[in-house]
Design a protein around this ligand. Structure first.
Ligand code: SF4
Ligand code: SF4
Length: 173
């Protein structure tokens, strides 16, 4: 049960949020901008420590967010409609949490009031990622600290090819 005093993410469906509310939901973890690999036999998704070249590894924000789709064609635009199907999104992602009817965590800037808490809590990729411009084979960089997700069958039907690069960021709904 919600009350009018509750913050917007508890009272407003993702599809009805203003652009400002939607953008503020991103905690700035940068996890969605890491490359992922899909096992073509099992469908398992492994997250690597390798980031998109456009990810600022200090702020964990996109260096050119406005042009992300043209800069990186497989940078998937997150929407209220597709979030539930994107099972490889991190379990800590605020969009995923809200879509699942869960609350934000203490370290989310909207809760803490401090954009640094996502880094202090060890949720962001700061200090854990390396740019794709610095590495060779992605398979040598499968992450040990991030979870491994099993691919969703619906997603595999839509995206059957082996996925070697992925950025999933918020944008227009
Ligand atoms: S969209 Fe989600 S996973 Fe990506 S940076 Fe924002 S909160 Fe993190
Ligand atoms: S994956 Fe997309 S949002 Fe993330 S850094 Fe790359 S272009 Fe920017």
């Amino acid at each position: 049960m919600t009350s009018p005093a509750d913050p917007f993410w508890r009272t407003t469906p993702l599809s009805e949020m203003t652009d400002r509310q939607w953008e503020s939901l991103c905690d700035g973890c940068g996890q969605c901008c890491l490359h992922k690999l899909e096992d073509s036999d099992t469908g398992a998704i492994a997250v690597t420590e390798v980031s998109c070249a456009y990810l600022d590894l200090e702020t964990c924000r996109c260096k050119d967010y406005a042009n992300r789709s043209s800069n990186v064609p497989d940078c998937v635009t997150l929407t209220a409609r597709n979030i539930s199907a994107l099972h490889w999104m991190p379990q800590t992602c605020a969009y995923r949490l809200v879509a699942e009817g869960k609350d934000l965590n203490w370290w989310h800037p909207l809760i803490s009031g401090d954009p640094d808490t996502v880094h202090q809590a060890g949720i962001s990729v700061r200090g854990k990622a390396i740019s794709e411009t610095e590495v060779g084979d992605l398979e040598d960089y499968v992450s040990g600290w991030l979870e491994t997700h099993r691919a969703n069958l619906d997603w595999r039907e839509k995206e059957p090819r082996r996925r070697s690069a992925a950025g999933f960021r918020n944008g227009k709904r």
